[in-house]
Design a protein. Structure first.
Ligand code: NDP
Length: 290
């Protein structure tokens, strides 16, 4: 099976590395030197011209938003063979994903929205959770590819459904980060260090991925390793808000989380790690969560 991988960012690099260990994998990246380095380090083949990917069986993409995926697809899709499957791991916009599926379908290409969860660690381990929207037969054709990158694959519904699930998942992540930061700030004020509070919460019913992993590894250590940009989390919460609004669901909590996260991007810049949003709570409360 010949695979193309488009977008060698924090997630794409390790996913494409795992694929290159199993399949003939060609890689394209906007900054070409990144693809060349990937080829040297992982045995993939770097291409500089998108149309050099024309004869692959599967196209994988992992770009910031659906807008960038569509721009690439407009160049590449006319050159692709009938029946090629496009597996889009971008956390994208559900409606734009449906439109892209229709466009690619008109070129004979089956598009699956297949965003991922599990972070760079999950990508390196080939243990991502993949939520797929689109045609079940096309999904069956890429089972061997997903087997390499995923620990769990869930076919969540028709085109766009994978993007919607990912957006809501990440809105829940943001909500738990904000809520935990507020709670721990109050406990710091009351004389309980965050590291001590975490010992209790993580053995109790208030625990979450934020308290079990993100606070101990990134916040309390003050390391804030930059693996998932705050701007990307804000993008996802915005997409969740659009999904809620489209469904006519009143969502005061997630609307607030959306506004707070957008404000954090304004104040801190979008390039910092997403967990740095806790600094907003720290600043307002005059404490540091340690
Ligand atoms: P990065 O910012 O690390 O990488 C972005 C990639 O997109 C780079 O390869 C970049 O190329 C490329 N790119 C940016 N703009 C364009 C453009 N206009 N045209 C073509 N290529 C472009 O992002 P991540 O890998 O962190 O995230 C990618 C997707 O995965 C996002 O949708 C994100 O929300 C999602 N995601 C991220 C997770 C994480 O933990 N990081 C976890 C789960 C999902 P260049 O090298 O030239 O800049």
């Amino acid at each position: 099976m010949r695979i193309a991988y488009i977008g060698l960012g924090a997630m794409g690099r390790p996913m494409a590395a795992n694929l290159a260990a199993r399949f003939d994998t060609r890689v394209w990246n906007r900054t070409a030197s990144v693809a060349e380095q990937h080829a040297r380090e992982h045995g993939s083949t770097a291409v500089t011209d998108l149309t050099d990917l024309a004869d692959v069986d599967v196209v994988c993409s992992c770009l910031p938003t659906t807008v960038e995926v569509e721009a690439v697809a407009r160049v590449l899709a006319p050159a692709l063979g009938e029946g090629t499957v496009w597996l889009d791991h971008t956390s994208g916009d559900p409606q734009q994903a449906r439109d892209l599926a229709a466009y690619l379908g008109s070129e004979g290409v089956d598009y699956l929205d297949a965003p991922v969860s599990g972070g760079t660690r999950g990508a390196e381990a080939g243990a991502l959770t993949v939520m797929v929207g689109g045609d079940g037969d096309a999904l069956g054709e890429v089972a061997a590819v997903l087997d390499v990158v995923a620990g769990r694959v869930v076919h969540v519904g028709p085109s766009g459904a994978g993007m919607a699930v990912k957006a809501v998942n990440n809105a829940l992540l943001a909500a738990s980060l904000w809520a935990a930061a507020e709670g721990f700030a109050a406990l710091e004020q009351a004389g309980v260090p965050t590291s001590v509070a975490l010992e209790v919460v993580n053995a109790s019913s208030g625990r979450s991925n934020a308290t079990e992993n993100l606070f101990p590894e990134r916040v309390v250590t003050r390391a804030f390793p930059n693996t998932f940009a705050l701007s990307l989390l804000a993008k996802d919460v915005g997409l969740a808000r659009a999904t809620l609004d489209a469904g006519g669901v009143e969502a005061p909590i997630l609307h607030l989380v959306d506004r707070l996260t957008a404000d954090a991007v304004e104040a801190l810049g979008g390039d910092v790690d997403h967990t740095e949003l806790v600094r907003m709570v720290e600043r307002a409360a005059g404490v540091e969560l340690r």
